[in-house]
Design a binder for this molecule. Structure first.
Ligand code: ZN
Length: 292
C-alpha cells in the first residue's frame, strides 16, 4: 500500500465532538503508519450554518489533539483568504457542466417537507424524474438519475475489494442545490481529486455517500477518485451511550477543554467508549489499539 494524501474534512456547522476527534485521530494514526500527508479541507459551502467561531473551533481542536497538517490553512484568516471552497468555484462549475452534458441530471423542486410526506424515511424516490423541469429553472436542485447505474467497485482499507450498488438513500443524490451552489457530493469529489487525496477516512454513516460519490466520479471521468481507498470507521457514542451531535455541549471538545481536561483524559474517555481493555493514555496507546 502506497498512499500520498489523506484528509481531515470537517464542516463548520457546529462545535466538534468526541466522534470527530476519534475520526481525526484515526486519520493521524493511519497517516503515521503509512507515511501519508494530511490535508485539512474545510467544507464551507453550507453558508446558512457557517460561523467563523466553528472554523476557529476546528483549529483549536486540531491543536489540542496534536494533529499535524501538511497541507491546508493554518488559521481562520488563511482559510478565508486562500482555502475556502469559494475559491474553487470555477472547478465546481466545470464539473457541473460535465454533469449537464451527461444528461443524467434532472431538476427537482421538492421541499424537504414534501419529500418526507412522500416517503417517511425521508429518502427521495425520484418523483420529479418524469416532470422534465428545465435545468435552468429557478429554485430547483439538480439530482442524478442512477436507475441505470452499474455496479460500483472500490477498495476498503486495507485491501478489500467491495462491489455494491447505490442504496435508496442516495439513489437520486443532489449535485447542485436550490441556491445554485454545488452540493456536498460534487465538491467532495472535485476537491479530493484536486488535492490528490487517495485515502479517505470517514464514518460508516457516510457509506451511502461513498457510493454516490463513486457514481459521480464515473460520470465526471475521474479515475483518480475511483482508485481511492476508503476507511469507513465505526461510529462512536458518548460516555453515556448517547448519539453524538455537533450541538451536544457536554461531549464537545471545546467543553472538555473548558473543564480543564488534558489530551490524556480524552484518550482515556475514547478508550472506554471504544471498549479498550487496557487504559489508553497517549496517542501511541490509541494508535496501537485502533490499528492492528
Ligand atoms: Zn422532486
Amino acid at each position: 500500500m502506497n498512499f500520498n494524501y489523506t484528509r481531515i474534512a470537517p464542516t463548520p456547522s457546529g462545535f466538534l465532538h468526541l466522534g470527530n476527534a476519534y475520526s481525526f485521530l484515526l486519520t493521524k494514526a493511519l497517516a503515521e503508519k503509512h507515511g501519508i500527508k494530511i490535508l485539512l479541507r474545510i467544507d464551507d459551502l453550507d453558508r446558512e450554518r457557517y460561523r467563523t467561531e466553528f472554523v476557529e473551533d476546528i483549529f483549536e481542536t486540531l491543536d489540542f489533539l496534536e494533529i499535524p497538517i501538511d497541507k491546508g490553512p493554518k488559521s481562520v484568516q488563511e482559510f478565508e483568504s486562500e482555502w475556502s471552497q469559494i475559491h474553487r468555484m470555477g472547478l465546481y462549475k466545470s464539473a457541473l457542466e460535465k454533469v449537464r452534458d451527461s444528461k443524467l441530471a434532472f431538476a427537482c423542486d421538492c421541499s424537504r417537507k414534501k419529500i418526507t410526506q412522500m416517503n417517511p424515511t425521508g429518502h427521495y424516490l425520484g418523483q420529479c424524474l418524469d416532470r422534465r423541469i428545465p435545468l435552468d429553472r429557478l429554485d430547483t436542485s439538480w439530482r442524478i438519475n442512477t436507475l441505470d447505474s452499474d455496479f460500483l467497485t472500490f477498495t476498503e482499507y486495507p485491501d478489500k475489494k467491495v462491489t455494491d450498488i447505490i442504496p435508496e438513500e442516495t439513489a437520486f443524490y443532489i449535485v447542485r442545490k436550490k441556491d445554485r451552489l454545488p452540493a456536498y457530493h460534487l465538491t467532495s469529489v472535485v476537491d479530493d481529486v484536486h488535492f490528490g487525496v487517495d485515502l479517505i477516512v470517514r464514518g460508516k454513516d457516510l457509506y451511502p455517500s461513498t457510493l454516490a460519490q463513486l457514481d459521480l466520479a464515473r460520470i465526471l471521468k475521474e479515475p483518480q477518485f475511483l482508485a481511492c481507498t476508503f476507511f469507513h470507521n465505526e461510529l462512536i457514542k458518548g460516555p453515556s451511550n448517547e448519539k453524538l451531535s455537533k450541538s451536544a455541549g457536554s461531549t464537545s471538545i471545546q467543553n472538555l477543554r473548558k473543564e480543564g481536561k488534558k489530551l490524556s483524559d480524552l484518550f482515556l474517555t475514547l478508550g472506554q467508549i471504544i471498549g479498550a481493555k487496557e487504559e489508553l493514555r497517549t496517542f501511541e496507546d490509541f494508535k496501537n489499539h485502533v490499528i492492528k
